[in-house]
Design a protein around this ligand. Structure first.
Ligand code: NAD
Length: 213
């Protein structure tokens, strides 16, 4: 498979959300124009994004909503359940642990880790907080696939190394840190302060449109 722009993957997530909405309304068919309209991109962009993954729909007739939705779920790896472990059970880790809607998306929280003796051995929302040293065992026992990194900047690389050593292949990194991982591990940054800086750039440069390609 060729290299696929990150923006394409982000848009696939948006198309899936739109398709889910259409399906919930009982709508059976859609078009690249309708998806484009709701996703605020061009119909050409929709067709180009989908073309990375094969041929969908019929020329002139558009797409069948349940079929395209099923294909996008398959492409995005969402046809299976994912188990998540959180590393760093401070303010953000605990806030995420209390988020009620994970299961609805087939992502379930299975384990919590920290190094602070005040936190290790305690419980958050009825689940124990383990020491990071126990990560390999707990990850295996609980079948954890994905790690959320909610540790301070200075601890991010160490905590990521622990996740990698435990066999985790995907890390959602909430710390404002660039972390190094092996090629077969993917890190997805979630940095709201970086988002604020991008936002301020677009507000002070209103003539510049975001590059979507
Ligand atoms: P916090 O200090 O409340 O919690 C951090 C926790 O990490 C503590 O419990 C600490 O004991 C633990 N920890 C430290 N080193 C560790 C290690 N090596 N292994 C495991 N656990 C370890 O911090 P917070 O306010 O929850 O913020 C956590 C991170 O999230 C920070 O990097 C912060 O910048 C970031 N943050 C991100 C967002 C966002 O939107 N992405 C928002 C707020 C905070």
């Amino acid at each position: 498979m060729s290299t696929i722009p990150t923006a394409t993957i982000s848009r696939l997530v948006t198309y899936l959300r739109i398709l889910t909405g259409l399906e919930n309304q009982g709508i059976k068919n859609t078009s690249s124009e309708q998806l484009a309209d709701e996703a605020h991109v061009s119909a050409f962009q929709v067709r180009k994004d989908l073309a990375y993954f094969g041929r969908f729909g019929t020329r002139g007739a558009g797409y069948t909503v349940p079929t395209l939705r099923r294909e996008l779920r398959r492409i995005l790896g969402l046809t299976r359940a994912w188990s998540v472990g959180i590393v760093g059970m401070g303010r953000l880790g605990q806030a995420i642990a209390h988020y009620p809607n994970f299961d609805q998306y087939d992502f379930s929280l299975k384990a919590y880790f920290d190094i602070d003796p005040e936190r290790v051995g305690g419980e958050v929302k009825g689940m124990p907080v383990h020491h990071v040293d126990d990560m390999p065992r707990v990850v295996k026992e609980k079948g954890v696939d994905i790690g959320f990194l909610t540790v301070p900047h200075g601890a991010a690389q160490d905590a990521a190394d622990a996740l990698v050593a435990a066999g985790i292949k995907g890390i959602l990194n909430f710390a404002p840190s660039v972390i190094n991982v092996p090629d077969d591990v993917h890190v997805e940054p979630v940095d709201f302060l970086a988002g604020l800086k991008r936002l301020s750039f677009y507000i002070v440069n209103p003539q510049l449109k975001e590059e979507l390609a």
